[in-house]
Design a protein around this ligand. Structure first.
Ligand code: NDP
Length: 256
């Protein structure tokens, strides 16, 4: 299937974890993918090389999010990369995937420093990336924000992180109303427990796998491809009538 042939995509935090899964899937579906990352050049190069070895097209974009000028740095580099490869700077798909969960605890122990950093990376950066990306998008454009099941499930110590993801879901609904007339859709995907570099130290432990499975309707830890499959649908032509949604992609976490 080449449902995304001729399309272009930007995936933030695309070099590792869930973002890497999304990059590989969108490229396999035919898109030219800008693989954004913060600082790990080797991981980004490996993701691009893997996509190219499979016959896809990708290029790396390095820029830290959560700092002044972050969205400008990303979009300027994406525009240049697209022009160099396609002769135009049309961006069809924006996936706001990069996010951090470096909280200092719940209401009793959270610090202003950690709180501000969480909001800068998880909320301010996607907000201004969308602002900068919209002029590059046309009819059929797709924006997909990666949230988390913790907006539905109150997990201890995840308060400020969960609040950032709730803000993304609100951003999605509001922006949907502004861009629908241009044929652009925007949706949110909320993953549950997913094995990535960051979470492997937890989810590779058999006792933790059992704990996770006990709380899941589908009794296992998620994989990046589980999320990438949902994102691919939202990025493709069959989702044109879906906008302003938050898709629960937790595999049924804590349904009661
Ligand atoms: P990872 O930490 O594994 O993602 C790493 C990627 O994000 C790398 O490309 C990394 O770049 C980039 N990145 C991290 N911080 C920044 C930053 N400040 N600026 C720019 N790039 C950055 O994350 P996951 O794959 O686990 O999560 C992806 C998304 O899914 C996040 O939004 C997360 O909140 C959400 N999520 C994850 C769940 C899980 O269980 N894993 C569950 C629910 C939601 P580099 O390598 O260069 O540092």
């Amino acid at each position: 299937l080449s449902t995304l042939a001729g399309r272009t995509a930007l995936v933030t935090g695309g070099s590792r974890g869930i973002g890497r899964g999304i990059c590989e899937r969108l490229a396999a579906d035919g898109a030219l993918v800008a693989v954004h990352y913060a600082s790990n050049d080797a991981a980004a190069a490996d993701t691009v090389a893997t996509i190219e070895a499979a016959g896809g097209q990708a290029f790396p974009v390095r820029a830290e999010l959560g700092v002044d000028g972050d969205a400008d740095a990303v979009i300027d580099a994406v525009e240049a990369g697209l022009r160099a490869r396609t002769g135009h700077a049309r961006l069809d798909i924006l996936v706001n995937n990069a996010g951090i969960d470096d909280s200092d605890g719940g209401i009793g122990s959270e610090t202003r420093k950690a709180f501000d950093r969480l909001f800068a990376v998880n909320v301010r950066a996607p907000f201004f990336l969308i602002q900068r990306a919209l002029p590059l998008m046309g009819d059929g454009g797709r924006i997909i924000n990666i949230s988390s099941g913790v907006t539905r499930i109150a997990l201890p110590g995840e308060l400020a992180y969960a609040m950032t993801k709730a803000a993304l879901e609100t951003l999605t609904r509001n922006v949907a109303n502004e861009v629908g007339s241009r044929g652009i859709t925007i949706n949110t995907v909320a993953p549950g427990p997913t094995r990535t570099d960051k979470t492997a130290f937890v989810f590779d432990r058999p006792e933790m796998q059992a704990v996770v499975a006990a709380g899941q309707a589908i009794e296992r830890v998620g994989r990046p491809a589980d999320i990438a499959n949902v994102v691919a649908f939202l990025a493709g032509p069959d989702s044109a009538w879906l906008t302003a949604n938050t898709i629960d992609a937790t595999g049924g976490s804590y349904l009661g």
